[in-house]
Design a protein. Sequence first.
Length: 797
Amino acid sequence: MKSNGLDNASTRTLFSLVNRILEESIERRNGHVHHMAHIVKKVVQVIEQRVSTLAVNLKDQNNLYKVRLGKCQSRIKVLETLAAGTTEEIQVLLSQLQQIKIEKTKIEEKKKLEEQELLRTKQEKIHSDIENSTLKHELETAKKTHEEHCLLLQMQAEETEVELEKKLKELECFLAESKKRVKELESFSKSKSQRWKSKEGYYRSFIDYQSRALQAKRSYTEEFNFLGVKLKGLADAAANYHSVLAENRRLYNEVQDLKGNIRVYCRIRPFLPGQSKKRTAVEYIGENGELIISNPSKQGKDSSRLFKLNKVFGPAATQEEVFLDTQPLIRSVLDGYNVCIFAYGQTGSGKTYTMSGPNMTSQEDWGVNYRALHDLFEISQNRKSSISYEVGVQMVEIYNEQVRDLLSSDDVLELMHIGLMNRAVGATALNERSSRSHSVLTIHVYGMDLETGAVLRGNLHLVDLAGSERVDRSEATGERLREAQHINKSLSALGDVIFSLAQKSQHVPYRNSKLTQVLQSSLGGQAKTLMFVQLNPDVDSYSETISTLKFAERVSGVELGAAKSNKEGRNIRQLMEQVALLKETISRKDEEIEQLHHLQGSCNGVKCSMNSPRYDSSSPRRHSIGNALLNHRLPGGKGSGLFEKASSEMDNCYGNNGRHSEAGSLKLGEPGVDQNDREDLDLLGFGDADSDERLSDISDGCLSRAETEGSLGSAVEFTLFPESKPSEVAKPAGKAENKRLTIASRLPKPSPRLSQTRLPHLSLTKSSASKASSSMSESRKPPASGFSATKSGKRWH
Ligand SMILES: Nc1ncnc2c1ncn2[C@@H]1O[C@H](COP(=O)(O)OP(=O)(O)OP(=O)(O)O)[C@@H](O)[C@H]1O
C-alpha cells in the first residue's frame, strides 16, 4: 500500500493496516522498521487531521443547534402565552354553549310532550267514538233479550202458581192426618214410659243384688284359689318330702360308697410370701387325681414320679372348693354314718389351714371343721320337721402320747377356737408355729325320725395330725426331739394300722398309739374315711413330698368294706331302753354289793385293794357308766338322748366286725397297761371298760357316752332346737347372739339317787381328769378349764 493512498482509506482500513503492520513487525522483528514507522506516522497524522476536522464540524453544528434551540424556546414561550389566553375564552364559550344546549333540549322535550298530548287526545277521541257505537249496539240487543226474558218469566210464574196451589191443598190434608197420629203416639208413649219406669226399678234392684253377690263370690273364689294352691303345695310337700329326703340321702350315700372307701385328696399349698427361692417340685396336676412330682437335680426317668390319688387340689384351690368335695361325706354323718377326715403331711404343709383355716373370723377362710359344723347345723335345721337332731362336740389333743381335752364351756365355735389355741405348738426349723400334737375334733350326731321313730347315730372325726417330717429334718433336740419321736411313732402306728387293713390281716395293731385307738372306729369299722395329703411345693421338700405321697398311695388302696349306717328302728330302740333299764338295775345291785364288800372289808379290817369291783374282771358292772348317764340324761329311761346308746352297742361296734384287733386284746388290769394309758383311756371314755372288755369293742358310741359323762368334764353336747337359726349357731357370735345356746341351765338335775350311783365312777374319772390337767401343765399349756368330774357335758337348747 502506498502512503499517499491512506488519505482516501477509511478509518477502519487504517486501523487494520496499523494492526497488520504491527503484526508484521512482530513477525519480522528487524526488517523494514523504519518504513513501517513512517507509515504508522502518516496514518496517525491522517487520523489526527480527521479528528480535528470532525471536532470543528461538531463545534459548528453545536453552535447551530444552540441558536436553533434558542429560537425554538422563544417560539414555545410565545405559543404558550397564546395558548393560555385561548383556553380561557374557549372555556367561557363552552359553558355558554352547554347552557344553550340544555335550553335547546328542554324546548325539544316540551315540544315532544305537546305533540304526544295532542296525539293522545286524538286517539281518545277516536276510542270514545268507537265505544259509543258499540254501547249503542249492545243496548239495543240487551233491550231485545230483556223483553224476551220478561215474557218467559211471566209464563213460568203462572205455571208455578198453579202447582203451589195444588201442593197447598195436599199439605193441608197431610197436616190433618199427622195431627191425628201424634195424638195416638202421645197416648202410646205415655203408657210405655210408665212400663219402662217400673222395669227400671226392678232391674236396678236386681243389679244391686247381683253385684253384691258377685263381689262376695269373687272374694270367695280368691280365697278358695289361694287356699287351694296352699293346700296343694302342702299336700305335694307332705307327699314328697319324706320320699325326697330319703332318696336324697340314699343318693348321697350311694355316691359316697361308689367312690370307694379311704379316699385320698391331695392339697398343695402355695408358696408363702416369705419363701425366697420359689422352685416347685410339682410338675403336673391332672384333672382326675394325677400328680407328677419332679426333682430338677435328678436326671433321666428318676427325675419325676407319677402318683394317682382321688383328687388333687392345686395351690390356687380355695377353702370352699376343697370343702365342696368333702361336703357329701360330712353330710352322711346326719344319716347315721361314721366319718373320719384327717390331714396328713409334713410340718408347714397346710394341714391346719385345710382343717381349721387361717382365720376363724372370715367365713371365706373357714377350714373343713367350721364348714362341717355349719353344714351339719344347717341341714339338721332344714330337716327339723322330719328328724330331730342332737349334736355333741368333743375336741381332744394327743400330745406326747397323752390325750387331753381341749374344750371348756361356751359357744361351740368359740370352743373350737379355744381348742385350737390350746393346742401344743412349738417352733421347729420347718414351721415357726408348728403344732406338735394331733388334734381330734369329734362331732356326735343323734337323730330321731319323728315319723317312724327310727334312731340314727353318726360320728365325725376331724383330725389335724402333727407334722410327719423325719426327726433329722426338723433339727429338733431335747423336748422338741421327744415330741417329734412321739409324733413319728404315732404316725407310723397309723401307717401300720392302715397297711394291715389294706392287707385284710386278722391282726390290726390299733393299740400301738393313742391316735390309732382314738380313730379305731373310723379306720377299722364300717366308716367312711378321707385323708387330706398336704404338700409343700418347694423343691427342698422333695423327699418329704415323695414319702408323703407314697404313704398316700398306699392309703388310697385300703378298702374298709362298705360303710354302714347306725340306724335303729323303734323296736330295737325300745329293746335297748329295756336293756338299759335292766343294766341300771344291775348297776344298782353292783353298788349294793360294793357297799357290802366295803362293810365286809371294814369288818374284817382288810383294806380295799385293786381287787375292788372297779377293776374286777368278773364284775358285771362294766357298762354302769353308760347306764348312769342314760338315766341322767333321760329320767325314767325314756326319750331320746345323744348318748343314750346303751352298752349293747358296744357289741355291735366297728372293731367287732370279724377282725380281731390288737387293741381288742387289751385288758386294763394287765401289767402291760400302765396307769397313764388307763387314765387317758378314761378320758376318752374307754376307761370304764372291764378288764375283760376288748378295746376293739369300744365304739364311737362308747366314746360319745364317756365324753358326756362327768369323766370328760368339758365334753360338750347340745341340742338343736327348731327355733335356733343355723347361722346363729354356726357363726362365731358374741354371747348376746347366742342367747339360745344358754348353757346347761335347762339340763335336768340328776336325782340324788343317780348321783350316788355314779359316785364311784366319778371319783375315778376326776383323777383321770386331773391327770389330764397335769399332763397339760407338763406341756407348758394352761389346763383347759372345766376338767371337773362333777361338771357334766353341756347341753344347749
Ligand atoms: N392353701 C393355702 N393357702 C395359703 N396359705 C397356706 C395354705 N396352706 C397353708 N398355708 C400357710 O402355710 C403356713 C403353714 O400352714 P399350716 O400351719 O396349716 O401347716 P401345718 O401342716 O398345719 O403345720 P404343722 O404341722 O406345723 O401344724 C401357714 O402360714 C398357712 O397360713
